[in-house]
Design a protein around this ligand. Structure first.
Ligand SMILES: *Cc1c(COP(=O)(O)O)cnc(C)c1O
Length: 391
């Protein structure tokens, strides 16, 4: 028998990604497929590249979208910069720092993991001390640690990394499009993101950018990049003026990303970041009204990924199942050290809007009341409304 036709349910995606896709992006994905060397497509690539530079706030020539998810962006930046025997320092304070260290170890690098408890961030002093001791070629750091909701300030770290003569590699998978990311001003040498977090496009593309200094380091490698697919010198021949076939570009995914980034520029970066802050503040006020607190410290909480403690005595799985089955809302469970202890509420890109904040708070009140959690009914919505009213 033929399997059923596709009929995916309508969800409100308020987890760690994928986020809700903008309807205009879904429509873009369904446009006519052309060839990867079609003049129309090449023109679109140029515009997409320029929009990505504007999003990363960089003039870097080597700015493009890797065919693959955020992890492919991670792999592309690491394997191009690192050769066997090179030293790399990676900040590990959650799942994604640990993943970066794993990717680096697989290249044959000597990796120093600078560790911090989950939810904490790194100080410039401890990075400076490690850089001085290890003298690495590259320091890798996660700007928005999606497993803990912690925001890592990049600018102060950039200074100490460069003072130590190393290159700075930044994971901006969750940060890009939700908080300011200043590649040129902060002198980031290599950076990667993903299409399905604050860009609100389906998963499948990883925007990346390499500074001129990073490209020099890649050109002076003694060995070939271990990955044929992710070798940026070959990819540059397709994304640059030469237009030499490397692999077939995911044409329709590129349409989707094009429209997604276009929507962000249409709103304006500052307005987009302000919207993420407002929705975060409203959600946070609502959650505080029923005693729900954040995993990351005050001042280091991400607006687009709210990692909060599951209240004592509350059944984590039952609440998430209730949200999904009764309200069609997906939120994220805790990972690793936070398994069963934390909920990860994403307000990313198109998902970061008042309707979603109010829906989620109302749904949580219903589900938590059923489990005997004590609070004044309506208090989450009142607290969120006070934020929206500017109080
Ligand atoms: C989601 C995420 C990744 C991995 O991206 P995939 O698209 O799942 O491959 C890497 N780093 C961070 C910070 C992320 O949030």
């Amino acid at each position: 028998m033929l399997p059923a036709p596709l009929n995916p349910p309508i969800r409100t995606l308020l987890g760690p990604g994928p986020s809700d896709v903008h309807p205009r992006v879904l429509a873009a994905l369904a446009k006519n497929t052309v060839g990867h060397l079609d003049p129309y497509y090449l023109e679109m690539m140029n515009d997409l590249q320029q929009m990505l530079r504007d999003l990363f706030r960089t003039k870097n020539e080597m700015t493009m979208a890797i065919s693959g998810t955020g992890s492919a962006g991670m792999e592309a930046t690491v394997v191009n910069l690192i050769e066997p025997g090179d030293a790399m320092v990676v900040g590990v304070n959650g799942v994604f720092g640990a993943r970066m260290a794993d990717v680096a170890e697989r290249t044959g690098a000597t990796v120093t993991r600078l560790e911090r408890s989950w939810g904490e961030v790194f100080t410039p002093e401890e990075i400076a001390a490690t850089v001085e001791r290890v003298k690495p070629k590259v320091v890798g750091i996660v700007m928005a640690e999606t497993s803990t909701g912690a925001y890592q300030p990049i600018e102060p770290i950039s200074r100490v990394v460069h003072d130590g003569g190393a290159l700075l590699l930044v994971d901006a998978v969750t940060s890009l499009g939700g908080v300011p990311v200043e590649v040129d001003q902060w002198q980031i040498d290599a950076i990667y993101s993903g299409s399905q977090k604050c860009l609100s496009c389906p998963p499948g593309l990883a925007p990346v950018s390499f500074s001129a200094k990073a490209m020099e380091a890649i050109k002076s490698r003694k060995t070939k990049v271990q990955s044929w697919y992710l070798d940026v010198t070959m990819l540059a021949n397709y994304w640059g003026q030469n237009r030499v076939y490397h692999h077939t570009a995911p044409i329709n995914m590129s349409y989707g990303l094009y429209e997604a980034v276009r929507i962000i520029h249409e709103e304006g970066l500052d307005a987009c970041f302000a919207r993420h802050q407002l929705q975060h503040r409203a959600l946070k006020a609502g959650l505080a009204a029923i005693g729900i607190t954040y995993a990351a410290a005050e001042g280091y909480q991400l607006p687009m990924l709210n990692a909060v403690h599951v209240p004592p005595g509350i059944d984590d799985t039952a609440v998430r199942a209730g949200l999904l089955n009764r309200f069609g809302i997906e939120i994220g469970a805790g990972l690793g050290a936070f398994k069963g202890k934390v909920w990860r509420i994403g307000l990313m890109g198109y998902g970061s809007r008042v309707a979603n904040v109010m829906l989620l708070l109302g749904a949580l009140e219903q589900l938590l009341a059923e489990q005997g959690h004590k609070f004044t009914p309506g208090s989450t919505l009142a607290a969120a409304n006070a934020i929206y009213a500017g109080k």
